[in-house]
Design a binder for this molecule. Structure first.
Ligand code: NZQ
Ligand code: ZN
Length: 381
C-alpha cells in the first residue's frame, strides 16, 4: 500500500424516506436562507422539488431557487450561482440532481465566498479553496458518485476545457433510490457505466501488489455489471437501482483509491471530448474504454487477466476487453463516436484538438503520447 490519509466529511442517509431524517438531523444549525439548486426540470415533474421545498419550509427555511444547471455544467453557470448566493445571502446550498447539479453547487459554494476567480486561483496559482457555503446533496440520478467527494468537473466554454475544479464536499448526502425511478433508461445505464469506469480506472492504475482496494474495486465492478443486467430485464427494478446507487457512491468516494495510484486516462480523454461535443459522460466513456484498453492490455497482462476472470468470467486478458465491449453493446450503449449525441460533427480535426488538449495521466499502465491518444480516438470513429 502507498502512504495515504483518509477522512470523511459527508454523512450518508441511504434509503426511502431518508431526506426527512437527514434534514431533521442536519438543517437545525444552518442559517435560514437555503439555495435549492436543480437542473433542467426533471425534479419538478417527478415531485422531488415539491417534496424538498415542503421539507425546507417545514424546517423554517427561506428558499432561494436556482434552476437550469445543465449536464456538463459550465463555468458561466457557476458564476451565475455564486452571484445569486452572494446577492441573496445564502446560508446553505441544497443540490438536488445528478452529478452535474452536485458538481456545479460544490464550486458555487467555494466561489461565493472567494474574492478571486476560482478558475484563476486553481489553474493559475495551484491554490485550492479552504472555505465555502455549507451544502448538502440529494441524489436523483446515480453514477458519478459526486455526492461523496469535493471534486467537481466543470466546462470552461471559452477555453474549450472540461476539467477538475475543487470545491466544497457536501456535509450530508441523501441517497433515496425512489428518486431515481424516473431517470430515463439510457441515462440509468450511462450513469452505471460511469460507475463501472471509476472502478476500472482505479483498479488499472499502476499499483500492482495484492491490496484490498483492488479486491473491493473488483467487487464493485461485478456488482455493477450484475445490477445493470437486472435492469436490462426490468428497467424498473428498484432493488437494482438501489444497489447501483451505492455502487456509484462507493466507486468514487475515495475508498477504492486508498493506498494506490489510479489510471483515469479514459476519463481525461472523455472530459476533453465533452468539452468539444457536450456528449453524455457515461456514453463517451463507453466508446473510449474498449479501444483504450486494447492499446494497453499488453502493458498489464496480469491485471487484465484477473479483471477478465473475476468480472466477466472469461479466461484471457484480451477476452476480458472483448467481453467489456460486448457488455456495452448488450446495454445498448454506444461503441462508436457516430452514436454519440454531439453539438458538433465529430471529425478527425475535432478529435485532433481533443488529443492535443487532454490531460495525460502518468500512472496508467503505460503513459500514452498525444499521437496514440489521437489514434485511440480515431479508432472510436
Ligand atoms: O437536468 P434535469 O432535468 O434534472 O435532467 C437530468 C439530466 O438530463 C436527468 N435526471 C436527473 N435526475 C433525474 C433525471 N431525469 C429524470 N428523473 C430524475 N430523477 O439526467 C440527465 C443527466 O444528469 P447529469 O447530472 O448531467 O448526469 P450525471 O449524474 O451522469 O452527471 C454527469 C456530470 O458529472 C461529471 C461528468 O463529467 C458530468 O459533467 N462527473 C463528476 C464526477 C465527480 N464529481 O466525482 C465524476 C465523474 O467521473 C464525472 O466526470
Ligand atoms: Zn466518470
Amino acid at each position: 500500500m502507498n502512504k495515504f490519509t483518509f477522512s470523511y466529511p459527508t454523512g450518508v442517509y441511504f434509503g426511502e424516506g431518508s431526506a426527512m431524517q437527514a434534514f431533521g438531523a442536519e438543517l437545525g444549525e444552518v442559517g435560514e436562507t437555503v439555495m435549492l439548486a436543480y437542473g433542467g426540470g426533471s425534479v419538478k415533474k417527478n415531485g422531488v422539488y415539491d417534496e424538498m421545498k415542503a421539507l425546507l419550509t417545514q424546517a423554517g427555511k427561506k428558499v432561494v431557487d436556482f434552476s437550469g444547471i445543465m449536464s456538463n455544467p459550465t463555468y458561466t453557470k457557476v458564476q451565475e450561482g455564486a452571484a445569486l448566493a452572494r446577492e441573496r445571502g445564502v446560508d446553505f446550498i441544497l443540490a438536488v440532481g445528478g452529478g452535474s447539479v452536485i458538481d456545479c453547487c460544490k464550486v458555487i459554494s467555494a466561489q461565493a465566498v472567494l474574492d478571486e476567480d476560482i478558475w484563476n486561483m486553481e489553474y493559475g496559482k495551484g491554490k485550492f479553496p479552504t472555505a465555502g457555503i455549507p451544502m448538502g446533496a440529494v441524489v436523483t440520478a446515480s453514477g458519478t458518485g459526486a455526492e461523496m467527494n469535493a471534486g467537481a468537473v466543470i466546462t470552461y466554454e471559452e477555453k474549450k476545457w472540461k476539467g477538475p475544479v475543487f470545491g466544497t464536499a457536501a456535509s450530508f448526502a441523501v441517497l433515496d433510490p425512489a428518486y431515481t425511478m424516473s431517470v430515463p433508461p439510457m441515462q440509468v445505464l450511462s450513469g452505471a457505466f460511469d460507475t463501472l469506469s471509476h472502478a476500472m480506472e482505479t483498479y488499472f492504475g499502476t499499483s500492482d501488489e495484492d491490496n484490498v482496494s483492488d479486491d473491493v474495486a473488483l467487487a464493485i465492478m461485478r456488482n455493477t455489471v450484475v445490477n445493470m443486467r437486472h435492469l436490462l430485464k426490468n428497467i424498473n427494478d428498484k432493488q437494482a437501482r438501489s444497489n447501483l446507487m451505492w455502487d456509484s457512491a462507493m466507486a468514487e468516494n475515495g475508498i477504492l483509491k486508498c493506498g494506490r495510484l489510479t489510471d483515469f486516462q479514459a476519463h481525461q480523454i472523455e472530459h476533453q471530448l465533452g468539452a468539444y461535443t457536450d456528449c453524455n459522460h457515461g456514453q463517451g466513456l463507453a466508446v473510449i474504454h474498449p479501444v483504450y484498453y486494447r492499446h494497453i492490455v499488453k502493458d498489464a497482462p496480469e491485471k487484465f487477466t484477473r479483471f477478465a476472470k473475476e468480472v466477466f468470467r472469461v479466461d484471457s486478458a484480451e477476452a476480458g476487453v472483448d467481453a467489456l465491449e460486448d457488455f456495452i453493446r448488450e446495454c445498448g450503449l454506444p461503441t462508436k463516436m457516430s452514436q454519440l449525441k454531439s453539438t458538433v460533427e465529430i471529425t478527425p480535426e475535432v478529435l485532433r484538438q481533443v488529443a492535443d488538449t487532454c490531460n495525460i495521466i502518468k500512472c496508467n499502465p503505460r503513459e500514452l503520447d498525444r499521437e496514440e491518444i489521437y489514434q485511440i480516438l480515431m479508432e472510436c470513429m
